[in-house]
Design a protein around this ligand. Sequence first.
Ligand SMILES: Cc1cc2nc3c(=O)[nH]c(=O)nc-3n(C[C@H](O)[C@H](O)[C@H](O)COP(=O)(O)OP(=O)(O)OC[C@H]3O[C@@H](n4cnc5c(N)ncnc54)[C@H](O)[C@@H]3O)c2cc1C
Ligand SMILES: NC(=O)c1ccc[n+]([C@@H]2O[C@H](COP(=O)([O-])OP(=O)(O)OC[C@H]3O[C@@H](n4cnc5c(N)ncnc54)[C@H](O)[C@@H]3O)[C@@H](O)[C@H]2O)c1
Length: 492
Amino acid sequence: MRGDGMSMREVDIAIIGSGTAGMSAYRQARKRTDRIALIEGGPFGTTCARVGCMPSKLLIAAAEARHRLAALSAFGIASDAGAVDGRAVMKRVRDERDRFVGFVLDAVAGFDPAHVLRAHAEFEDPHTLKLSPAMDGSAPPVERVRAGRIIIATGSRPAIPAALRAAGDRLILSDDVFDWQDLPGAVAVFGAGVIGLELGQALHRLGVRVHLFGRDGRIGAISDPVVRAEATRLIAAELPLSLDAADVRVERDGEAVVVHFTDPGGAASSERFDYLLAATGRTPNVEMLALECSGLELDARGLPVFDPQTTRAGDSHVFIAGDADADRVLLHEAADEGHLAGEQAARYPAVYRHTRRTPLGVVFSDPQIAYAGRRHAQLLADGVAFAVGEVSFEDQGRSRVMLVNHGLLRVYGEQGSGLLLGAEMIGPQNEHIAHLLAWAIQARMTVADVLQMPFYHPTIEEGLRTALRELLTALGMGAAPPLHCIDCGPGA
Ligand SMILES: Cc1cc2nc3c(=O)[nH]c(=O)nc-3n(C[C@H](O)[C@H](O)[C@H](O)COP(=O)(O)OP(=O)(O)OC[C@H]3O[C@@H](n4cnc5c(N)ncnc54)[C@H](O)[C@@H]3O)c2cc1C
Ligand SMILES: NC(=O)c1ccc[n+]([C@@H]2O[C@H](COP(=O)([O-])OP(=O)(O)OC[C@H]3O[C@@H](n4cnc5c(N)ncnc54)[C@H](O)[C@@H]3O)[C@@H](O)[C@H]2O)c1
């Protein structure tokens, strides 16, 4: 503290944001120094537990439970169950969400209280952070923090296109959904990306009237046009989907939100909803950081230029981790980057490059959308010579047995080396197949190597084997498998 009325705390490392990345950074930095400030301006508990991964999966779990009932008659089982008690559904989502948040709060309570500052932080100069009251109004314990190293772990927030603001107080974000006391009657979901697809389908399956509006034909962050076409077909077969609607206009009519649009056939439509959910992407929380005072080089988006293998911004003493860097905005990547940033900041000026994990992403729609390794668009952009193998799940044995036989998986292998490069897919329980593939790619296995691994019968993984065999043939490294090969087991 300084004695001139300008209170200042001097630390080795200041971490801005105590989400997943910030907490992970704190744990690493704490191993090497006791002079730390972990500064949090919003609520503790992390985006993932409060309004992200966990509550969304709770809502999806309820929706899937009801959806399975619809398949019962096809198995010869009569059921008149399936009435949805919206209040009970949302109570379980909130209760379980609170339980997950409680675990995070317990972890924060275990941190040294002298390290934790409730305040909003922004740069005053490259080594000084100016503190102002936190979101809950609590006054910061000091006015400034002066730090040898600074970690930016400020997360992201929903990006809202101006045109959607016409919905006024009926415009909602994913954050709002998890505090609902009951399910609404009708919701227009804007954005057919990851959040729009997960929440839109879940609400539809819980009996809410949903219309999913996308843009430019994009769906679920899929880059492979063949997989995207299959995903569009499957989702459109279940709920109203407009990925290419033109002249979209939003207006309020009393308590209702009205969406006017022209469908690809040229027909003009208007539809009324209780709410408009904006799921139109997320933007990193950096513009309130006064980065212009940080001395950092910024890119065209105003984000610090950084190295993902060190998390270091340029050759500075500043590190950036999690959604704030807009690089890989996923939970396990935020945790990894926080770990890396904490370790590097503590070691600074000795900074070492680390190999990052193989990319892996899962959209918890049904069927699940997933990717592993390099995506189709990236392979094309990088000019890689690659071949493709694919399998449809329509006739895949185990998928048919379970009546989940929908979707398509495409795997990519490198010409010449036969290395497995990546995959994109929509299909049953594909979260597991995507993991297997990401692990194989990280282990630098060839397609032939993966085919040497055991495949149990009858499993959905046998579908992966079919795609890999086709890929091996397309690479010129193996004979075409016989149609319905019997050593694979029936329906493999
Ligand atoms: C609906 C939804 C579902 C999701 N589902 C999944 C999923 O299934 N799987 C998956 O991998 N990922 C999922 N994600 C993404 C995942 O939640 C994020 O990638 C991850 O939580 C980001 O963590 P973070 O530490 O970067 O940010 P956060 O957890 O948001 O932490 C940032 C913290 O910084 C604080 N802060 C910001 N600015 C300041 C400042 N100036 N001063 C002080 N404090 C500040 C904030 O208050 C916040 O506490 C989902 C996201 C959403 C929204
Ligand atoms: N299962 C998961 O891992 C999971 C779940 C949820 C969120 N997340 C993370 O959160 C991030 C943000 O999710 P998101 O769904 O908001 O972003 P997103 O980038 O996945 O999708 C946003 C979509 O909105 C569309 N869009 C933009 N403006 C529009 C408009 N005016 N009208 C209609 N469509 C419009 C875009 O074309 C895009 O398809 C994801 O990229 C992901 O990394 C992950």
